[in-house]
Design a protein around this ligand. Sequence first.
Ligand code: NAD
Length: 275
Amino acid sequence: SYVPSIELNDGHHIPQLGFGVFLVDPEQTERIVTDALEAGYRHIDTAAIYGNEEGVGRAIAASGIPRDELFITTKLWNDAQGTQSAFDAIDASLEKLGLDSVDLYLIHWPTPQRDLYAETWRAMERIKADGKARSIGVSNFLRPHLERILAESNTVPAIDQIELHPALQSRELTEFARSQGIHIEAWGPLGQGKYPLFDEPAVVAAAEAHGKTPAQAVIRWHLQHGNIVFPKSNNAGRMAENFDVLDFTLTSDEMAGIDALERGQRVGSHPDEFN
Ligand code: NAD
């Protein structure tokens, strides 16, 4: 079985299942991303603020995997919002990654107090036009933030990467985004291990019915909802486990059981408050 590919609103394609490197120690990133590439992942999600773009770049270079078989995302940190600072930020990220372009470049947070995200989005349009990012999108944007950039630019974001897991499904936001042609990436897809998701009876039952682990059942739930996901693990066994989710399908009852775990519970910051 192979990883499904999703067509974005600009015609480019993204592997629906990838590997995230938030909190991966920069000193260990090359080894951990090398393990992930060996496990079969071809989509890596990093960010300038993670401090590990060099390690990602070294793993890519050492892998020998053709560039066009990889999908690499990075993100513009909050202090780089603005026009010239955004141009400088993508150049710095490309230098660290050792790449001519990323597949996806995201504004990491809207930081509405700065009131710079609309201007930054117009800089992102230039970054795409210059070929430094094949696709551009946003992260942690709520509906009002999306509506503002839709009104003030000519480009619909390809992606909104938001906190999304069974206890925080943000259904109104995801429905609005999808209605505009914006695909949803789910960060913290396993709830970052911050609440006992894997003990939930609905998750355990779905996993047992298919001879899978609770983590695999939750990743499958995301994929069947159309979410793009990149669970993180430093452990090669769990990397392989999280990738081994392409050979079973949850029933509609199993999906509904996990859907019912919604309780508006964030594990990360609120996008209107984070600066
Ligand atoms: P996650 O939900 O992927 O949880 C990761 C944790 O879950 C691991 O540290 C591990 O403790 C546990 N885990 C992983 N696989 C497991 C398994 N098979 N069994 C049991 N436990 C397992 O959280 P995340 O890393 O925060 O999110 C994934 C990616 O999303 C990040 O690495 C990063 O790329 C991205 N992200 C983006 C933002 C943003 O603001 N845009 C914020 C956080 C994360």
